[in-house]
Design a protein around this ligand. Structure first.
Ligand code: CMC
Length: 435
C-alpha cells in the first residue's frame, strides 16, 4: 500500500501538530486538504482572491498558467479551435467526451429545438430603458427564465439538469440578440432551425424583415471560434459565482444570471469592451503607444493596459495567440483598406512595446483572450456593448457544466467562506441622544 502523502503543520505557540493530506490531481498542482484545520487546530486559512485555494474538484477544464496550456476534457484548445465546432465543444464540456456523429446530430437537434423564447418573455424587454446596457438586460432576462421553468426543475434529477443546460445554451443567443434589437428599436427576429448556432445568432442580430440576409461565412467561422475559446476557463470569477449561487440549491437560471453579473466587470469579461475603448483612444489621441504603456506602469495612475495580464496565465494566453491569428486573417479577408486595420496595428504595437518592457516582463503580463477578440467582433459589425454579451453566450455552457458537476459532487456543500474579523470588539448600545 502506498504511503499517504501529507504535510505537517506545527502551531509554534502550542506545539500542536496536524498532518494535512496532499491531494494529487490527474494533472497540475498538488493540493493540501485543509478541511480538518479548524477542527484540529482552531485556525482558518486566509486567502483573499483565492490565490492559493482550490475551491472544488473538477474534471471539466485543465489550465496550466505557467506553461500557457488550456484543455477541455484533456483536448488542447488549439486542436479544438482548429477542428471542432462550438456545439461539439458544448457536448464535450457537458459530458466529458466528444460526441460521435449520431450523438452530435441528436444534441444539435435538441439545442435547435429549444431556441425559441416563451412569448411572455418578450414583454420583459419593454420594461428596460432603450439605452440599457445589453448586459443589464441579460442579467434580468436570464434571471427571469426562473419564473418560467423553476417549478418544473428538480435539481437532484440528472435529466432535469440536462434539460436546463440545453435550454440555457439554446436560448442564450436569442436573449442576447433581442437585447440588441430592443436597444436599436428593431423588431425581434425569431430563430431559424435550418441555421447553425453561430449563423442563427448573426441572423437574429442583423437580418431585417425587408431584406434577405446571408452572413459572411468568414464571420460565421470566426464567431464559432471565439465561442469555442470562451466556452470554459475552470474556476474564474463568474464560474465560481455560478457555483456559489448554485451551492444553496438555487435554480440554474438564477445561478447563471449571477454568473452574467460577475462576468460584466472590466477586470473579467467586460475587458473586451474596454480594450477597444483604449485602442480607439490611442488611435485618436496625439500621444503615442509608449505614452499609454508608461501610464499603465505609473502606480499613481489607475490606468491599466486592458486585455493584458491574467490571474492564472504567467505566459502567453493560448487563446490570445489563436485570436490574434484569426484577427489577422479576418482583416485580410476584408481587404487592405479596411477600417479596423489601424486598431489591429495599434494593438500589435502595444503588445510589442509591452513585451519588451521590464515592467510587463517581470510581472509576466501578456495579452489575454480579450486583447484581440474585440477587433474581430467590431469588424463583424457587433457593437461594443454587445461584446461581453457574446462572452456570456459562449461561457453559458461552462457555467452550466460546472453547476451540474457541483450538484453531483458528494463533497460539495453550501459555499460559506470564513473571515478574518477586523471590526469593533463587543460594546454596549448607546442611546442616540448620548452619541
Ligand atoms: N496593466 C498594468 N499593470 C498590470 C496589469 C495591466 N493590465 N495587470 C496587472 N498589472 C500589475 C499590477 O499592478 C500588479 O503590479 P504590482 O505587483 O507592482 O502591484 C501586478 O501586475 C499583478 O497584478 P494583480 O492586479 O495583482 O493581478 P490579479 O491576478 O489580481 O489581476 C487581472 C488579474 C486580469 C484582473 C489584471 O491583470 C487586470 O486588471 N488586467 C486588465 C483587465 C483585463 O484584461 N481583464 C481580462 C482578464 S482575461 C478574461 C477574463 O477573465 O474574463
Amino acid at each position: 500500500m502506498s504511503k499517504k502523502e501529507t504535510v505537517t503543520l506545527t502551531d509554534n505557540s502550542t506545539g500542536k501538530q496536524i498532518e494535512l493530506p496532499i491531494l494529487r490531481p490527474t494533472n497540475g498542482t498538488p493540493t493540501i486538504d485543509v478541511r480538518a484545520l479548524y477542527k484540529e487546530l482552531g485556525y482558518f486559512t486566509y486567502d483573499p482572491g483565492f490565490l492559493s485555494t482550490a475551491s472544488c474538484r473538477s474534471s471539466i477544464t485543465f489550465l496550466d498558467g505557467e506553461e500557457g496550456v488550456l484543455q477541455y476534457g484533456g483536448y488542447p484548445i488549439e486542436q479544438l479551435a482548429r477542428h471542432s465546432t462550438f456545439l461539439e465543444t458544448c457536448y464535450l464540456l457537458l459530458s466529458g467526451e466528444l460526441p460521435n456523429k449520431k450523438e452530435l446530430k441528436q444534441f444539435t437537434t435538441i439545442i435547435t429545438c429549444h431556441t425559441m423564447l416563451h412569448e411572455a418573455l418578450k414583454r420583459f424587454y419593454s420594461g428596460f430603458r432603450r439605452d440599457a446596457h445589453p448586459m443589464a438586460i441579460m442579467v434580468g432576462v436570464v434571471g427571469a427564465l426562473s419564473s418560467f421553468y423553476h417549478d418544473e426543475i428538480d435539481i437532484q434529477n440528472a435529466e432535469h439538469r440536462m434539460i436546463a443546460a440545453h435550454q440555457l445554451i439554446a436560448k442564450m443567443p436569442t436573449i442576447a440578440a433581442w437585447s440588441y434589437r430592443y436597444a436599436n428599436g428593431l423588431p425581434f427576429t425569431y430563430p431559424k432551425n435550418n441555421l447553425s448556432y453561430p449563423e442563427n445568432f448573426l441572423h437574429m442580430m442583423f437580418s431585417m424583415p425587408t431584406e434577405p440576409y446571408e452572413p459572411d461565412p468568414f464571420f460565421v467561422k470566426a464567431l464559432d471560434l471565439i465561442m469555442i475559446l470562451h466556452a470554459d476557463h475552470e474556476q474564474n470569477a463568474s464560474t465560481s459565482t455560478v457555483r456559489l449561487t448554485g451551492s444553496s440549491e438555487a435554480n440554474p437560471f438564477a445561478a447563471v444570471s449571477a454568473g452574467i453579473a460577475s462576468l460584466w466587470g472590466p477586470a473579467h469579461g467586460g475587458a473586451n469592451e474596454s480594450v477597444i475603448r483604449m485602442l480607439v483612444d490611442i488611435v485618436e489621441s496625439d500621444n503615442d503607444v509608449q505614452y499609454y504603456v508608461d501610464r499603465a506602469k505609473d502606480k499613481s495612475n489607475n490606468f491599466r493596459l486592458m486585455g493584458f495580464g491574467h490571474r492564472v496565465y504567467k505566459n502567453y494566453d493560448p487563446r490570445a495567440r489563436i485570436i490574434r491569428q484569426t484577427c489577422h486573417d479576418l482583416l485580410e479577408h476584408l481587404g487592405k483598406d479596411n477600417e479596423y486595420q489601424e486598431l489591429f496595428d495599434t494593438a500589435m504595437e502595444l503588445e510589442r512595446i509591452a513585451l519588451e518592457d521590464d515592467y510587463f516582463v517581470s510581472r509576466n503580463l501578456y495579452p489575454n483572450v480579450d486583447f484581440y477578440s474585440g477587433i474581430i467582433l467590431l469588424a463583424m459589425g457587433i457593437p461594443l456593448n454587445m461584446f461581453t454579451v457574446i462572452f456570456a453566450m459562449s461561457r453559458t455552457v461552462g457555467w452550466i457544466s460546472h453547476w451540474n458537476e457541483m450538484i453531483q459532487d458528494p463533497e460539495s456543500r453550501i459555499g460559506r467562506p470564513r473571515q478574518l474579523y477586523s471590526g469593533a470588539l463587543p460594546r454596549d448600545y448607546i442611546n442616540i441622544e448620548k452619541r
